[in-house]
Ligand binder design. Sequence first.
Ligand code: ATP
Ligand code: MG
Length: 463
Amino acid sequence: MTLKSLAREISELSDYQVYGRVSGVLGMLVELSGLDRLLAIGSRCTLIARDSRQVPCEVIGFRQGRALLLPFGSLDGIGLGCKALLAQSEPSIHPSDAWLGRVVNALGEPIDGKGPLPAGPDPYKVRNMPPPAHGRQRVGGKIDLGVRAINSFLSCCRGQRMGIFAGSGVGKSVLLSMLARFASLDVNVIGLIGERGREVQEWLEDDLGPEGLAKSVVVVATSDEPPLMRRQAAYMTMALSEYFRDNGKDVLCLMDSVTRFAMSMREIGLSAGEPPASKGYTPSVFAELPQLLERAGPGILPEGSITGLFTVLVEGDDHNEPIADAVRGILDGHIILERAIAERNRFPAINLLRSVSRTMPGCNNESQNDLVTRARQLLSTYENMAELIRIGAYSAGADPAIDEAILYHDALEAFLKQDKFEQSNLDLGYEQLAAAIGLAWPEGGDGSGAGEFQDAGLMGTDA
Ligand SMILES: Nc1ncnc2c1ncn2[C@@H]1O[C@H](COP(=O)(O)OP(=O)(O)OP(=O)(O)O)[C@@H](O)[C@H]1O
Ligand SMILES: [Mg+2]
């Protein structure tokens, strides 16, 4: 740690300590008395357990003149009368470029055993407000995400925010790792929220791999961590993305999953005594989701942006559950992964007909749009007749449109299938798509289509 940052930390210490006492513990909820006039929602305290262990806590409510707190760690050893010290309230971090390649927890502490993290010069608030809507840049030109199906059918622009909706085990994590490795953006900030502990290491080593990790910062809060840690991990992911964006980088922010963030908010809300609204989710969950997701997107400065891809778990493949519904309304598009497609072993299992990117067709040139529209038509014609075709009830020659859809179906399926270590790019994707459906494709197209985008009339803050 440099002398300068040490001096800064010393100057941040206060000259005196204020403390209260624990007056009740119920489940994960701690009641505190003695500090009521000094505390507000979001204030931090440090509890001192009987064995002198320190447990950081955050105020989540007040009841009958007492503050209610939830811990960031285990409450073992906390009992009546334990001391509670007032801590620095607005948590901030000092990230630097040296955080790339590292894995941190929700508090920004390294958990990869690679030693301490070098501190950067500027503090970044972990819990921040989105940039003001009127001051934001517009969504930029098309970006290359390295996944054929998304590049061509669901093109994404710099600063766009997309949701990946899927049930469990349909391929979200693998798809995220492909995006992290292949996307042509400068850095990745990856939030793994509420994942099973065992899977995190596997994902980091097998799916993301060393090259992927080298251009990423990964924030991890596993499912066994307290809800405050899981919630904080989402804020930390956004704060780190904001740091890189403010330094002129195009950031790819990946979060797996927003649903687990919402679940942690639900646990916090219910502990504080909030009434459950839909599916047990409390009203504060729905107020907090846009606050979090709006932090991604283009910034105030022309340089730097946060392109966000957020996974949403749809329980029992119910795409209308409340979190999926709320998130769909906030983001600029959704990619739907479907179990039936995964079951026939076509990965990534994207149902293109149900997925949308709201920056399309504005970000494409005319020939790209024509190509994609044509391919979509073929897919949808086949989809409508799929059952009949499968049971052999359709006889060839009855409808030329269906005959065509059948003719190109296998090639289209092959186009959409992509192995997790196979990288694609924009130009190659269009070329292969054209080839798959028997269209001539002009060579040497730049694929970016960025020039046309200005007329699309889409704002970066579009909900
Ligand atoms: N592109 C791909 N190529 C080949 N197989 C894939 C691909 N994507 C996913 N799979 C298969 O699907 C399985 C489940 O994928 P993954 O772990 O990404 O699902 P998930 O949606 O993240 O699951 P969970 O909800 O449990 O986190 C993988 O173990 C792998 O076998
Ligand atoms: Mg997963």
